[in-house]
Design a protein around this ligand. Sequence first.
Ligand code: NAI
Length: 298
Amino acid sequence: MLHFDGKVALITGAGRGLGRAHALLLASRGARVVVNDLGTSGAGTGADASPAQSVVDEIRAAGGEAVVNGDSVVDGGRIVEAALDHFGRIDLVVNNAGFLRDVAFHKMTAADWDDLYQVHLLGAFRIVHAAWPRMREQGYGRVVNTSSAAGIYGNFGQVNYGSFKLALHGMTQPLAVEGKAKNIHVNTIAPAADSRLTRTVMTAEQLAPMRAELVSPLVAWLCHETCTETGGLFEVGGGFIAKLRWERSGGAYLDLTGGNAVEQVAEAWGTITDFSKCDHPAGFGEAMAPFVKLMGGA
Ligand code: NAI
């Protein structure tokens, strides 16, 4: 059995849905949990302390240890302080809080963009930024960011949501590089689960096999001290778990110094977009290989 004894976990948006399931699982495996949730509507409005409190009650009733926090993740520094005040350390962060404001781009307001940015991306940044020095000091930390297929693949009406959801993986990748030497591992999940968010587009019957609890085992594993994975992106839901990676076509080396440069690009388009020969750069160094070659191996 994999345990989290002695570890302190902060789960944002843990009053319901996926966050609740993560909090219950980690607590059942011995983690002391900060259950953060502002208690908003599915569109990010309002506040309600009761969902987070009921998760804390559930954890305590099962013999676990948890404390409630009702701040918005936008005040991420305060939430981390609350964790430190209460438990004296912070080991695991799951950035999960979020909401939807789906609307076609031509109808999207500046607030639809900014409100999503504040909670999904800025909130996650503020929490990790506040927890990071502690994780570095203790030489241990695990962060899981919650992305979405809407950002990875694109989906109608989700320019705001998709932008910040993919940006969370943009945060994961360099953080993973920076954290590695201090045993801080950072990964991203793109979940699929039954929650009030997905109930807006699918029926309860369709979503029945997609219980939120089936996402949490991956989150727990990524948070465990024996898990060496970092910088990864995983799709997860209903018991299906898969890893994504970048794929680069074999590409074309063109002489673009002449007057026909645009035509050269057009002519080579088939080769440029042909994935029958490809590679999978695993990091910045590997990604730079074609350019290093052009620079004469510099
Ligand atoms: P949910 O609506 O059940 O739970 C989200 C929780 O976040 C709510 O309890 C809400 O009060 C809280 N929250 C919202 N704004 C907050 C803020 N400023 N500060 C603190 N808490 C706040 O939704 P669900 O489905 O559990 O979503 C969890 C995460 O997973 C979200 O980030 C969502 O975008 C993401 N996600 C979910 C998918 C799914 O299939 N359910 C698919 C892809 C991503």
